[in-house]
Ligand binder design. Sequence first.
Ligand code: SAH
Length: 394
Amino acid sequence: MKTIRLKAGKERSLLRRHPWVFDGAIDRGRADPGETVRVESADGRFLAWGAYAPSSKIRVRVWSFDEAERIDAAFFERRLRAAVALRERLAIDSDGVRLVHGESDGLPGLVVDRYGDVLVAQFGSSGAERHKAWIADALLRVTGLSRLYERSDASVRQLEGLPPVTGWLRGDGPTECVIRENGWRLSLDVAEGHKTGYYLDQRDSRRDCAELTRRFGFGEVLNCYSYTGGFTVAALAGGARHVTSIDSSGPALQRARRNVALNGFDAARCTFLDADVNASLRAFWAAGRRFHAIVLDPPKLAPSAAHLERAARAYKDVNRLGFKLLEPGGVLFTYSCSGAVGVELFQKIVASAAHEAGVEATLLARHGGAPDHPTGLAFPEGEYLKGLVAWRRP
Ligand code: SAH
């Protein structure tokens, strides 16, 4: 077993149970990609078992803080069983569920979503990659399912020096699935969609969007960055007269159309725009279009802390336009999935966007990732998704 010795004082974050060791914290020791290493303090005390990643700034990701624990096939099965058991206890009312949420489930770099009877996994770290076969076999045993698709094509793989890999890892068959969410039916394709196929983290936000649309009686709804139309279906289910959906991905919009039809809604209640959100919002403003509810769910605008300033400006621009297009008494559902943008900062950005738009707004609710996307208490980086539901005072 290889040992990684930390520099003096660099053991503190591990003692607080944060699961990462950065390259700069290491005094000596190295290992192969994904190899399990023993991490110890400068004075030789055991700190953790972790997976070594020679080319990543996050040089070690912790598997366990328990010296007696062995990182073997049984370890992965125990962790997976615990993760799946948590989701069962949470009684998520959907058959589209995130079963494993990386570090927060004690499995750094591993993401597993379940869509009906299809499992989709992302192996995003050298450690998860190295133990792929153990993890795949244990996943089938723990869930009782037989089909597992691999979507290891996220950009984080590059930081770990791993090539993109996609395809059936266990079993095979069609890659299209239909899940049930909040009483709606939503189709997706695990091979072609973004991430693992769908954004399960916004499940509860979509439910609340449907609910508020109903309570406020919103007529005209605008869904920006609509992807496959999750919020579009939500607004229609909430009784919206008409929903405009904007996305720059043609295939995503095609599927959004299918999802509207799948739920029996009249296509005449919808407009789909294959366009840039910013440009569309400016055009709506110029044309005098206004909406009762607007959803802004952009992709990650701040990939890291280094991009923070530019991202903050981008968030403010789009939110300012959103507020300007909102009818008095209307509601803005606005989100950021950038881990580098904290809750407080996001609220500041949205508040100044409202101010610049000349709008008085009140916070009705905060949104976050659905409960099957838990956050490790000592791992604030896991809390990437935050949302504000802001009401424009009449
Ligand atoms: N709200 C969606 C998820 C949004 S993901 C849901 O509930 O499922 C972000 C989406 O933004 C992606 O579909 C991507 O294609 C789209 N996108 C990225 N940049 C864009 C831009 N400049 N204009 C319009 N859409 C964009």
